[in-house]
Design a binder for this molecule. Structure first.
Ligand code: 13P
Ligand code: ZN
Length: 273
Protein backbone atom coordinates (compact mmCIF):
# COMPACT_ATOMS: atom_id res chain seq x y z
CA UNK A 1 0.00 0.00 0.00
CA UNK A 2 1.22 3.50 -0.76
CA UNK A 3 2.11 5.60 2.25
CA UNK A 4 -0.45 8.26 1.23
CA UNK A 5 -3.20 5.60 1.40
CA UNK A 6 -1.90 4.15 4.66
CA UNK A 7 -2.19 7.58 6.28
CA UNK A 8 -5.84 7.82 5.26
CA UNK A 9 -6.54 4.37 6.67
CA UNK A 10 -4.81 5.11 9.97
CA UNK A 11 -6.46 8.51 10.48
CA UNK A 12 -9.86 6.80 10.20
CA UNK A 13 -8.75 4.36 12.92
CA UNK A 14 -7.37 7.19 15.09
CA UNK A 15 -3.95 5.58 14.99
CA UNK A 16 -0.57 7.08 14.26
CA UNK A 17 2.40 5.90 12.23
CA UNK A 18 5.82 5.97 13.88
CA UNK A 19 8.63 7.37 11.72
CA UNK A 20 12.05 6.35 13.00
CA UNK A 21 15.44 7.63 11.88
CA UNK A 22 18.13 5.02 11.37
CA UNK A 23 21.89 5.57 11.18
CA UNK A 24 23.50 2.23 10.46
CA UNK A 25 22.73 -1.47 10.15
CA UNK A 26 22.37 -1.89 13.91
CA UNK A 27 19.79 0.86 14.46
CA UNK A 28 17.92 -0.31 11.35
CA UNK A 29 17.71 -3.89 12.57
CA UNK A 30 16.84 -2.78 16.10
CA UNK A 31 13.91 -0.75 14.76
CA UNK A 32 12.69 -3.50 12.47
CA UNK A 33 12.86 -6.17 15.16
CA UNK A 34 10.41 -4.04 17.15
CA UNK A 35 8.00 -3.58 14.23
CA UNK A 36 8.27 -7.25 13.35
CA UNK A 37 7.66 -8.50 16.90
CA UNK A 38 4.55 -6.33 17.20
CA UNK A 39 3.54 -6.79 13.55
CA UNK A 40 3.07 -3.06 13.09
CA UNK A 41 3.89 -0.74 10.17
CA UNK A 42 6.73 1.76 10.39
CA UNK A 43 8.47 4.51 8.42
CA UNK A 44 12.26 4.38 8.07
CA UNK A 45 13.75 7.85 7.72
CA UNK A 46 17.06 9.10 6.43
CA UNK A 47 18.39 12.62 6.78
CA UNK A 48 20.97 14.06 4.42
CA UNK A 49 23.71 13.44 6.98
CA UNK A 50 22.72 9.77 7.33
CA UNK A 51 22.66 9.48 3.54
CA UNK A 52 26.13 11.02 3.38
CA UNK A 53 27.31 8.66 6.10
CA UNK A 54 26.03 5.40 4.58
CA UNK A 55 25.81 6.30 0.90
CA UNK A 56 22.44 6.70 -0.81
CA UNK A 57 22.24 3.36 -2.57
CA UNK A 58 23.65 1.44 0.37
CA UNK A 59 21.14 3.03 2.75
CA UNK A 60 18.12 2.44 0.53
CA UNK A 61 19.00 -1.08 -0.48
CA UNK A 62 19.79 -2.03 3.10
CA UNK A 63 16.46 -0.60 4.31
CA UNK A 64 14.50 -2.25 1.48
CA UNK A 65 16.13 -5.63 2.04
CA UNK A 66 15.64 -5.37 5.79
CA UNK A 67 11.92 -4.55 5.44
CA UNK A 68 11.52 -7.68 3.35
CA UNK A 69 13.61 -9.92 5.61
CA UNK A 70 11.83 -8.77 8.77
CA UNK A 71 8.41 -9.05 7.08
CA UNK A 72 7.51 -5.48 8.03
CA UNK A 73 5.15 -3.15 6.18
CA UNK A 74 7.26 -0.03 5.88
CA UNK A 75 8.24 2.96 3.78
CA UNK A 76 11.52 4.75 3.16
CA UNK A 77 11.34 8.50 3.67
CA UNK A 78 13.72 11.45 3.20
CA UNK A 79 13.65 13.47 6.42
CA UNK A 80 14.25 17.25 6.20
CA UNK A 81 15.31 17.31 2.55
CA UNK A 82 16.58 20.81 1.88
CA UNK A 83 16.99 20.94 -1.90
CA UNK A 84 15.10 19.87 -5.01
CA UNK A 85 18.23 18.06 -6.16
CA UNK A 86 18.44 15.90 -3.02
CA UNK A 87 14.73 15.06 -3.30
CA UNK A 88 15.21 14.02 -6.92
CA UNK A 89 18.21 11.82 -6.09
CA UNK A 90 16.20 10.10 -3.34
CA UNK A 91 13.19 9.54 -5.58
CA UNK A 92 15.47 8.11 -8.26
CA UNK A 93 17.00 5.82 -5.65
CA UNK A 94 13.57 4.41 -4.79
CA UNK A 95 12.30 6.36 -1.76
CA UNK A 96 8.56 6.05 -1.12
CA UNK A 97 8.29 9.46 0.41
CA UNK A 98 10.23 12.73 0.65
CA UNK A 99 10.18 15.79 2.83
CA UNK A 100 11.04 19.18 1.44
CA UNK A 101 11.75 21.44 4.37
CA UNK A 102 11.70 25.10 3.39
CA UNK A 103 10.13 26.13 6.68
CA UNK A 104 12.83 28.70 7.33
CA UNK A 105 12.12 30.48 4.04
CA UNK A 106 9.26 32.89 3.38
CA UNK A 107 5.72 31.51 2.99
CA UNK A 108 5.83 32.18 -0.77
CA UNK A 109 9.24 30.56 -1.25
CA UNK A 110 8.10 27.56 0.81
CA UNK A 111 4.97 27.24 -1.36
CA UNK A 112 7.01 27.53 -4.58
CA UNK A 113 9.56 24.82 -3.83
CA UNK A 114 6.95 22.52 -2.26
CA UNK A 115 4.83 22.83 -5.43
CA UNK A 116 7.85 21.89 -7.55
CA UNK A 117 8.54 18.84 -5.38
CA UNK A 118 4.86 17.77 -5.42
CA UNK A 119 4.98 17.97 -9.22
CA UNK A 120 8.16 15.96 -9.39
CA UNK A 121 6.91 13.30 -6.96
CA UNK A 122 3.76 12.71 -9.02
CA UNK A 123 5.80 10.76 -11.56
CA UNK A 124 7.05 8.47 -8.80
CA UNK A 125 3.67 8.30 -7.04
CA UNK A 126 5.60 9.23 -3.91
CA UNK A 127 4.32 10.88 -0.76
CA UNK A 128 5.45 14.47 -0.12
CA UNK A 129 5.79 16.15 3.28
CA UNK A 130 6.47 19.85 3.82
CA UNK A 131 6.82 21.96 6.96
CA UNK A 132 5.12 25.16 7.94
CA UNK A 133 6.01 27.04 11.11
CA UNK A 134 9.11 26.77 13.26
CA UNK A 135 10.14 23.48 14.86
CA UNK A 136 13.58 24.21 16.35
CA UNK A 137 16.33 22.07 14.90
CA UNK A 138 19.22 20.75 17.03
CA UNK A 139 21.09 23.69 18.49
CA UNK A 140 18.51 26.30 17.47
CA UNK A 141 16.91 28.56 20.02
CA UNK A 142 13.21 27.96 20.65
CA UNK A 143 12.56 31.68 20.52
CA UNK A 144 13.22 32.05 16.79
CA UNK A 145 9.79 31.60 15.39
CA UNK A 146 6.18 30.86 15.85
CA UNK A 147 3.56 28.15 15.78
CA UNK A 148 1.78 27.15 12.58
CA UNK A 149 -1.23 29.34 11.90
CA UNK A 150 -4.39 27.45 10.85
CA UNK A 151 -5.27 29.84 7.99
CA UNK A 152 -1.76 29.69 6.61
CA UNK A 153 -1.78 25.91 6.84
CA UNK A 154 -5.05 25.73 4.90
CA UNK A 155 -3.71 28.11 2.25
CA UNK A 156 -0.40 26.25 2.06
CA UNK A 157 -2.01 22.84 1.56
CA UNK A 158 -4.50 24.20 -0.98
CA UNK A 159 -1.79 25.92 -3.03
CA UNK A 160 0.76 23.09 -2.95
CA UNK A 161 -1.41 19.96 -2.84
CA UNK A 162 1.13 18.47 -0.46
CA UNK A 163 0.14 15.12 1.11
CA UNK A 164 1.61 15.64 4.55
CA UNK A 165 2.36 18.72 6.60
CA UNK A 166 4.73 19.04 9.55
CA UNK A 167 3.39 21.64 11.94
CA UNK A 168 4.84 23.67 14.78
CA UNK A 169 2.75 23.19 17.92
CA UNK A 170 5.42 23.35 20.60
CA UNK A 171 7.77 20.45 19.89
CA UNK A 172 11.47 20.80 19.08
CA UNK A 173 14.22 18.47 17.90
CA UNK A 174 16.50 16.91 20.51
CA UNK A 175 16.03 16.68 24.24
CA UNK A 176 13.85 19.19 26.09
CA UNK A 177 15.23 21.22 28.99
CA UNK A 178 11.72 21.71 30.34
CA UNK A 179 8.55 19.75 29.62
CA UNK A 180 7.19 20.79 26.19
CA UNK A 181 3.89 22.65 26.29
CA UNK A 182 2.00 21.35 23.28
CA UNK A 183 -0.64 23.62 21.75
CA UNK A 184 -3.44 21.07 21.59
CA UNK A 185 -6.24 23.51 20.73
CA UNK A 186 -4.17 24.91 17.89
CA UNK A 187 -3.61 21.37 16.57
CA UNK A 188 -7.36 20.70 16.57
CA UNK A 189 -7.94 23.94 14.64
CA UNK A 190 -5.31 23.09 12.04
CA UNK A 191 -6.72 19.57 11.67
CA UNK A 192 -10.22 20.90 11.16
CA UNK A 193 -9.34 23.11 8.22
CA UNK A 194 -6.60 21.22 6.38
CA UNK A 195 -6.77 18.05 4.32
CA UNK A 196 -3.11 17.06 4.63
CA UNK A 197 -1.84 14.32 6.91
CA UNK A 198 -0.39 16.09 9.93
CA UNK A 199 3.13 15.33 11.13
CA UNK A 200 4.72 15.84 14.54
CA UNK A 201 8.48 16.39 14.51
CA UNK A 202 10.57 16.29 17.66
CA UNK A 203 8.89 13.21 19.14
CA UNK A 204 11.75 12.41 21.54
CA UNK A 205 10.98 13.31 25.12
CA UNK A 206 7.31 14.10 24.54
CA UNK A 207 5.31 12.39 27.32
CA UNK A 208 3.36 9.41 26.03
CA UNK A 209 0.02 10.80 27.09
CA UNK A 210 0.73 13.93 25.03
CA UNK A 211 1.67 11.81 22.02
CA UNK A 212 -1.67 10.00 22.35
CA UNK A 213 -3.55 13.26 22.61
CA UNK A 214 -1.90 14.63 19.47
CA UNK A 215 -3.14 11.55 17.61
CA UNK A 216 -6.65 12.06 19.00
CA UNK A 217 -6.50 15.60 17.70
CA UNK A 218 -5.29 14.80 14.20
CA UNK A 219 -1.55 14.01 14.10
CA UNK A 220 -0.79 10.85 12.11
CA UNK A 221 2.99 10.66 11.57
CA UNK A 222 5.20 10.92 14.65
CA UNK A 223 8.96 11.37 14.17
CA UNK A 224 11.46 9.84 16.55
CA UNK A 225 15.24 10.24 16.24
CA UNK A 226 17.15 11.52 19.28
CA UNK A 227 15.93 8.85 21.70
CA UNK A 228 17.05 6.13 19.27
CA UNK A 229 20.58 7.54 18.94
CA UNK A 230 20.73 8.16 22.66
CA UNK A 231 19.75 4.69 23.86
CA UNK A 232 22.01 3.06 21.31
CA UNK A 233 25.09 5.06 22.32
CA UNK A 234 24.45 4.94 26.07
CA UNK A 235 24.10 1.17 25.98
CA UNK A 236 27.22 0.86 23.89
CA UNK A 237 29.23 3.11 26.21
CA UNK A 238 28.13 1.17 29.29
CA UNK A 239 28.97 -2.14 27.68
CA UNK A 240 32.39 -1.00 26.54
CA UNK A 241 33.17 0.33 29.99
CA UNK A 242 32.31 -2.96 31.65
CA UNK A 243 33.84 -5.51 29.28
CA UNK A 244 37.06 -6.13 27.48
CA UNK A 245 35.63 -7.37 24.21
CA UNK A 246 36.99 -6.59 20.78
CA UNK A 247 34.45 -8.66 18.87
CA UNK A 248 32.01 -5.98 17.80
CA UNK A 249 29.46 -8.64 16.88
CA UNK A 250 29.16 -9.38 20.59
CA UNK A 251 28.94 -5.74 21.69
CA UNK A 252 26.62 -4.13 19.14
CA UNK A 253 23.67 -6.53 19.61
CA UNK A 254 23.15 -5.26 23.15
CA UNK A 255 22.73 -1.70 21.86
CA UNK A 256 20.54 -2.97 19.02
CA UNK A 257 18.28 -4.71 21.53
CA UNK A 258 17.98 -1.51 23.55
CA UNK A 259 16.73 0.24 20.39
CA UNK A 260 14.19 -2.55 19.91
CA UNK A 261 12.88 -2.07 23.44
CA UNK A 262 12.51 1.68 22.97
CA UNK A 263 10.81 1.42 19.58
CA UNK A 264 8.38 -1.23 20.84
CA UNK A 265 7.34 1.11 23.62
CA UNK A 266 6.75 3.99 21.17
CA UNK A 267 4.97 1.74 18.67
CA UNK A 268 2.51 0.70 21.37
CA UNK A 269 1.76 4.33 22.20
CA UNK A 270 1.33 5.43 18.60
CA UNK A 271 -0.86 2.42 17.77
CA UNK A 272 -2.98 2.86 20.90
CA UNK A 273 -2.11 -0.58 22.29
P1 13P B 1 13.66 14.05 17.72
O1 13P B 1 15.11 13.91 17.36
O2 13P B 1 13.42 15.13 18.69
O3 13P B 1 13.03 12.76 18.09
O4 13P B 1 12.93 14.55 16.36
C1 13P B 1 12.83 13.66 15.29
C2 13P B 1 12.45 14.35 14.05
O5 13P B 1 11.63 15.24 14.01
C3 13P B 1 13.06 13.88 12.79
O6 13P B 1 12.67 14.64 11.72
ZN1 ZN C 1 12.21 16.65 12.22
Amino acid sequence: MKLQDKFVELVKQKKGLLATNFYNYETLSGILSAASELQLPIILQLTKSSIDYMGLNMAVSMARTALKDYGVEGWIHLDHGDTYDLVQRCLDAGFDSVMIDASEQSFDANVAITKDVVNLALKYEANVEAELGFVAKLGQSLENGGFTQPDEARKFVKETNVNALAIAIGTAHGFYKTKPELQMELLSKIHKITDATLVLHGGSGVPHKDLSETIDRGICKINLATEIKNIFMLTLKNQLASMNEIDLRKVFPLATRAVTGLVKEKLRVVNRL
